[in-house]
Write a protein that binds this ligand. Structure first.
Ligand SMILES: [Zn+2]
Length: 177
């Protein structure tokens, strides 16, 4: 561990926190693609560059004030960047090993504010502006449709959304208990 907790003091882990994605930003290493997607569902700014070299990852950590989430012990111990050693197998165990980094109040999260695929920000759009990407029955029945500013994927409440919502609830339940 290094100077990480200078930016995550106890007093900051309160219900008065602005959205978590304003407070803490991550880069996940190439082993942690699934964990990165799950953190994005919570609204946490989590970049993932599976093909980037160590030098580029470290540069981005410093330039963008991000914490590196890594399974590489040597990298986690480096003093040049803020980094955290992720433990466990599978995303749930990995998630449990980083809960100390995350807000302890549900108010600290902005669910569905980020694209789980690319980390872009989601914004509400009118159905008419994305009608070529959305089935007609969705346009008729869904009141809320969102679009990613990065990859232009379109999201709406449905089976996939509900599954993500259950995953988000499971993670937050673990964080706030
Ligand atoms: Zn996207």
């Amino acid at each position: 561990m290094n100077g990480l907790f200078t930016t995550l003091s106890k007093s900051q882990l309160s219900s008065d926190l602005p959205p978590a994605n304003c407070e803490v930003r991550f880069i996940a290493d190439s082993m942690l693609g699934t964990l990165a997607r799950k953190l994005r569902i919570l609204g946490l700014d989590t970049e993932y560059y599976p093909d980037a070299g160590i030098g580029e990852i470290m540069y981005r950590c410093r330039a963008e004030s991000r914490i590196l989430l890594t399974k590489n012990r040597k990298l986690a111990d480096t003093s040049h960047i803020s980094a955290w050693l992720v433990r466990g197998d599978g995303y749930w165990e990995e998630f449990l090993s980083i809960t100390g980094l995350l807000p302890k109040s549900g108010a600290g999260y902005s669910l569905f504010s980020r694209c789980s695929v690319c980390n872009g920000c989601l914004t509400d759009v009118s159905g008419g502006s994305v009608k070529e990407k959305v089935p007609p029955h969705v346009l008729r029945t869904r009141s809320r449709i969102m679009k990613c500013s990065g990859c232009a994927r379109v999201y709406w409440k449905g089976t996939h959304w509900n599954r993500m919502n259950r995953e988000a609830a499971r993670m937050i339940e673990r964080l706030v208990k």
